[in-house]
Ligand binder design. Sequence first.
Ligand SMILES: [Zn+2]
Length: 168
Amino acid sequence: MAKEYQIARTAGRCCRCDKVLDQREEFQAVLIEQGEQFVRQDWCLACWESPQRGEVAGLFGQWRSRMPEKQARKKLFVDDGMLLNFFLRLGGQAEAARVNFRFVLALVLLRKKLLSYEGTRKSPDGGEVWAMRIKGEEQVQEVVNPRLDEQRITEVSQQLGEILQGEL
Ligand SMILES: [Zn+2]
């Protein structure tokens, strides 16, 4: 059951040239949409910035990151602005992978107090839609509650955590 959410772990290597990324080395992390799931790829800057790189299929988001020091505790490598950006870009979309991902992101942002919960309305098909607001903004963000069970929430959270390579 966890299978469909399996994602490629970042092995600390460039996905293009297979170079091992050094401790504290800066690299490009990208979020790729592959069918039903999101996967993360890491690129060394030489490959990413190479004129021969070409288009990256399914590119959904990207951020600069730095490899941790070996002993350092894993940290969340994605800043709050990037999380909000992913959240907004996943809005208004019906594919299950995107709806699930956005919902779990909303839970993360709620916990980080970057989103507030304003209420719930029923959608015409009997589903549940949460009204949420980004801190400091007036506009209401609607979040479809895909009614994931605990197991699924754990799976999607793990997927998200692995993509972001940090602790959520
Ligand atoms: Zn490379």
